[in-house]
Design a protein around this ligand. Sequence first.
Ligand code: BGC
Length: 396
Amino acid sequence: MNQSFKLLSAVSLAISLLACNSSTTEKTTPAAGDSTSVKKTDSPESLDSSGFNGTIDGKKTALYKLTNHKGMTVAMTNYGGRIVGLWVPDKSGNATDVVIGINSAKGYQEATEAYLGATIGRYGNRIAKAKFKLDGKEYTLAANNGPNSLHGGKKGFQYVVWDAVQPNDSTLELSYTSPDMEEGFPGALKVKVTYSVTSDNALKIDYTATTDKPTIVNLTNHAYFNLNGEGSGDILGQSAQIYADKYTPVDSTLIPTGKLEPVAGTPFDFTKATAIGARIGADNEQLKFGKGYDHNFVLNGTKGAYGLTHAATFTGDQSGIVMDIYTQEPGLQFYSGNFNEGKNTLKSGAKDIHRGAFCAETQHFPDSPNQPAFPSTELKPGQTYHTVSYYKFSAK
Ligand code: BGC
């Protein structure tokens, strides 16, 4: 039985109903949106919300700040459900912004990297040849990444304006209904993603979705992390430990071959904490295909906090900031920012340099709809897709 297709428990439903009762929507004012005026973002207060106040597709966009009043703040916009910045204390207690982002909605519209910090859907990562079959019928998607479909198509969830409700200081509820056949996917998909900052300095991401026709779904978040702080240089000295004995090797278009290969004896062995850059330049066909790390790791299911799988531990070598990831998902896409080339100006004024940040996307495996042996990503009417991931921060 697929873990992520569990019915919502009565308890979590009751909690979200209670939260809705006390909800308020943040006020918005007409657009400012100038992506050229960059400011220092060494504190959450220094991030100006005016660049986010405007209208896109007839819907209001805004910036929201979530905080636990214990040193952690996450800035988000409902434009693409994006994490704009995430501040946590480093080993000396200084607030450090560990998620790279841009300082306006317009900046995100114009960025050459579409997915910066975004909530990704309907399908995180690739679907081979932009086609899949469901109940005997073939569906064709937009081929927006070579021959393949990537991250939900041309106008995936990263470019939609989500309905946003902030029921309290630490929580943001984002909702979006994707119409039947949007980007070629069948079924009207009702999605709700709740982002919250917990009292123990974790970002909790809770995804739910329902459909009115059989469909496929694989939601994730595309935050780019630099644990030494946005603009601090590349991430090659930061360490990664991924609790996965296997990964899914890919072909030259980054579609899994279908095999689950052991990481042992390869540059993909992160079972012990290892610097991201230690083997990234190794003579290895998989690293050539990915231009570095851009692969799905098959999580061992190691028991971790919150009753979830411990997916990974990343550590900033200068900041001492540790990020532990816990999830219900079977896979983790580890992407070392290989395609970023410094073309976009970040909120600190720095550029999004090559390997200046990494992604660690909790998800089902890429191309699952075409790979019967992979855990299923199908969702049927009457079922609720529900999956939770935590990104927990500490410092040492
Ligand atoms: C993918 C990369 C892709 C990137 C786009 C990642 O999730 O694995 O191949 O280039 O997203 O931002």
